[in-house]
Design a protein around this ligand. Sequence first.
Ligand SMILES: *Cc1c(COP(=O)(O)O)cnc(C)c1O
Ligand SMILES: [Zn+2]
Length: 466
Amino acid sequence: MSVTELVYQKCIRPDCGHTLSHDDTSFACPKCNGLMDVLYDWDRLPVPKSLKEFEKAWQTRSNPLDFSGVWRFRKLLPFVPDEKILTIGEGQTLLQKADFIGKRIGMDAGSLFLQYEGMNPSGSFKDNGMTAAFSHARMTGARRAACASTGNTSASLAIYCSATSQMKGIVFVGSGKISYGKLAQALDHGALTIQIEGDFDDAMHQVQQMAKRLGVYLVNSINPFRLEGQKTIMFRVLESLNWEVPDWIVVPGGNLGNSSAFGKAFLELKALGLVNRLPRLAIINAAGADTCFQLFNHDGLRWQGGCWDKTIVDRYYRQLDESKRRADTLASAIEINRPVNLPKALRALDAMDGVVRQTTDQEILDAKAMVGAGGLGCEPASAASVAGLIQLRQEGVIAPSDRVVCILTAHQMKDSAATVAYHGSDPKTFEEVLGVRGVRRANFANRPVQVSNDLEAIVRSIEIYS
Ligand SMILES: *Cc1c(COP(=O)(O)O)cnc(C)c1O
Ligand SMILES: [Zn+2]
């Protein structure tokens, strides 16, 4: 790397600190194999004087870059020239006040918000990252892009490939692990879909080897340019709150890309003098995929200025292997036992005075039904944020008056099997789809009503039930 570069990549471990040029696509430190950051020479780049400046972009929405909920903040992720940016209108999302849920869990009116990322083109927050990764891929002249996925990354990759006609998409999914909604997207948008015998952790390992061997551009969240796009979820949250920093951000933790990106976003805003404090961060694991929870709360793993203790992590993974324990949760988008962004998430937890919790599939599905009844449908993994909030309220860690933003990571239609089994009245389906995962009750079920084909009976039911 030459020191004249405005944008470069740097290993996140300060005791290594190896740098790479901005157009390197290996996405791993050549010296210690660790994670890389995208860094900027802010002294020589135009920095906004205040966040309010971004409101100007609303007047120039006919420019697709100012319309995009990611790229209208491009001054805060300035790694790509405008003409190389690939956008399909991602990030038109909503921060919705959620008093309906807040009231039920003892929060003051007006203090709970849901950041609804299901409104993205492919129906999940992944599009925030994909537009950034694709723009970087285009910059570097890549012809093929690949990912391993529990479903939403592949859906997002597929839609960007097809909508922009810029690249061929290749997706690796664990066999039998992906919901139909997400698989349908990958197939319909024409991605080459490789179903591996194994789970996400296996697919992730294979795709990295394949990408290296064939020189295919990797869009998993190990790619630091993807995380640059996901920073903008926080920028939009701030924008919706009139640039006031909330007290808490609550997010589901899978591969921990979002948690990492949120931490970097706020660290940069603080360093640039654009915010004066950071919100606290709560990362919510599923109980059946709780690596971050275990390492943080039981093994005392901490960021330690970047010198986090690798031996704790190695020991934990060895135990996972020895006991042959596989990630297992209905919340398939966070069914991950070896989160690739763990060190960056530790940094976020450190900077944002964070906590980590785990939540059962039962709690996740009940929270999901509450979210749905409150107006914004989401998939099971997304509801982990609300289930985690309920716990943190009960513990008293989050106060009734705290201003809380839960991230709803994806749309309800992504995984309808779980929803229908939960609300449906067929005990056999419930047992087959949910019971095997330890879900015993549908505490907020909205049962369909069976009626004979007879007007009198129909009228009677409607009068009873409404
Ligand atoms: C990918 C995904 C997650 C996990 O996000 P990470 O950044 O990998 O922690 C959570 N929810 C949904 C719906 C997802 O698609
Ligand atoms: Zn390194």
